[in-house]
Design a protein around this ligand. Structure first.
Ligand code: NAP
Length: 260
């Protein structure tokens, strides 16, 4: 018989995903953690087992590769586990003019940020609906609310995550399964270094840490909130973007993303 009480977190080897793993462990959830850096996952597993007596499975997976999500799902099934909380957190961005960018990196970004997220959701959802309980958190960004020159593909992937997640949240009303889109603003993780956007207006000033964002997201997910924008400033910016002409919003976003 399958044990239906696992929380699957993608991108749990660092940043927001690692903090989410700790919060889930504190709340007594059994975990399946995945990322590419298996050594880091081993350290996190050891720490969560020692600190919280958590039950933790770790799986190495590069979700930027085609079919990796279905392989991950097969591995979970082969261990006799199933998932009632899914946190699609893994993601990355990339800075630069689209015309000159590395196309392979953009396509891997789409595979990770969009395709694997969609695939895992589709593969895991039927079991949640059958059990009449499930929580899904898809990590988007405040980038989801407008086009982003110089990070065009990244902003567009996050718009997909937001729209897709809101739509299925609506379809799932009354099933016991909720879908939360977490929209962090700039946050102190490895994201900016990986995306080459450290020296931008977006990542200057005092930024929240990943723990604060993860705690906020976890609470909203457990309550079944549909869209969770972290931080007052980000909420105001998202609202302002809705009432400002789109051409201006795109120009202003470019100024935020461009190098200082
Ligand atoms: N930090 C921000 O400013 C910010 C703002 C808005 C939204 N977000 C979103 O928040 C989410 C988490 O990002 P973060 O800020 O915590 O960044 P991070 O510190 O760079 O962490 C990213 C996580 O994703 C994993 N990952 C990256 N590529 C992967 C791949 N191909 N396959 C599997 N896992 C992969 C990484 O693990 P491995 O390297 O071990 O694979 C790591 O655990 C992302 O979706 C990001 O877009 C971040």
């Amino acid at each position: 018989m399958e044990n239906a009480n696992y929380t699957l977190i993608t991108g749990a080897s660092g940043g927001i995903g690692k903090e989410l793993a700790e919060i889930c462990a504190v709340n007594g959830q059994k975990l399946i953690l995945c990322a590419r850096n298996i050594e880091r996952l081993e350290e996190i597993k050891k720490e969560l087992e020692e600190k919280y007596k958590a039950q933790v499975f770790i799986i190495k997976s590069d979700l930027a590769q085609a079919n990796s999500a279905s392989l991950l799902f097969k591995e979970i099934k082969s261990k006799g586990l199933s998932v009632n909380i899914l946190i699609n957190n893994a993601g990355f961005g990339d800075f630069g003019f689209f015309e000159k960018c590395d196309l392979k990196i953009q396509l891997e970004m789409i595979q990770l940020n969009i395709t694997s997220l969609t695939e895992l959701t589709r593969l895991i959802l039927p079991n949640m609906v059958e059990q009449k309980y499930g929580r899904i958190m898809n990590v988007a960004s405040v980038a989801a609310f407008q086009p982003g020159p110089l990070m065009s593909v990244y902003f567009a992937t996050k718009a997909f995550v937001l729209h897709f997640s809101e739509a299925i949240a609506n379809e799932l009303k009354g099933t016991g399964v909720t879908v939360t889109t977490l929209c962090p603003g700039p946050t102190k993780t490895n994201f900016d270094k990986a995306a080459n956007v450290t020296n931008t207006a977006l990542f200057s000033g005092k930024l929240p840490g990943p723990k604060e964002v993860a705690e906020f997201g976890f609470k909203k997910m457990m309550k079944g909130k549909i869209v969770a924008i972290h931080g007052f400033k980000n909420k105001v910016l998202v609202f302002a973007g809705k009432i400002t002409p789109r051409r201006l919003v795109v120009n202003m976003t470019r100024k935020m993303v461009d190098k200082k």
